[in-house]
Design a protein around this ligand. Sequence first.
Ligand code: SF4
Length: 321
Amino acid sequence: MVTVLDTIANAPRLRHPEKAHKPDQEVLRKPDWIRVKAPVSKGYAETREIVKSHKLVTVCEEAGCPNIGECWEKKHATFMIMGEICTRACAFCNVATGIPTALDPDEPARVAHAVKQMGLSHVVITSVDRDDLADGGARHFAEVIRAIRAATPSTTIEILTPDFLRKEGALEIVVAAKPDVFNHNLETVPSNYLTVRPGARYFHSIRLLQRVKELDPSIFTKSGIMVGLGEERNEILQLMDDLRSANVDFMTIGQYLQPSKKHHPVIRFVTPEEFKSFETIGRTKGFLLVASSPLTRSSHHAGDDFARLRAAREAQLRKSA
Ligand code: SF4
């Protein structure tokens, strides 16, 4: 039987193997409402220096995030742990696919030191998929959480994890480390999974989010999608219902932007008005918070959103008292 690891082992170590959707397909021109701040500020340079001096990787850079100028100016960076090489090859993602390097046991301490030096009140930690590890990297996630707690106890911690597909007990290890927010992105509607997120299973991701709440209801759960990948409006509304069935608190919706010609094309640019309507619909469906705009990303304004989440939960508790 050919396994995922066999496939990875036999794959050439290229920047984007297997990610081509329709190579050299015309890239749609960005509309006027997608404007980003150029990464030129003093704060940006300082954040870059801290990241580099601690030998850390950020998803901001690896994913080519359009918000990097704005976020890094405010010293908001999202650290990507467990290396720069991912074991999956999602059609939307700019992170390299291949055989990952061994885990670095010093990484948790370096992340914690960088968080302290940056003075972060809220930090987001994500990772590449590590299907090659027996626990999918769960213990490493937990060690990073514990190292940050020890270095800066007042910093709230948000994690954005892979699905730990078929890794028995992995989720429990991460939840036991008590992150404040557990984010796992669905990325897109189920009908797109085979072309956009072929290594993942939609209902496995829903179940994972539901299980986090079952294990520890005090942890906020969060999930996000990109739109503009050919999904239908009704599919987004159904996905919202699926997330609410799993008691997910917070949903993010942003415009997919094609990192290169080799990635999945943008099928269309969703208008700001449509994003606003998703936010309104999401709130009526019971999410504590919905962030929906063309440049919304999982970790964009994560600290401010965490404060809003807490306030929304307290208001809900007062109402039900
Ligand atoms: S939105 Fe997230 S990934 Fe993008 S630059 Fe900001 S912190 Fe980094």
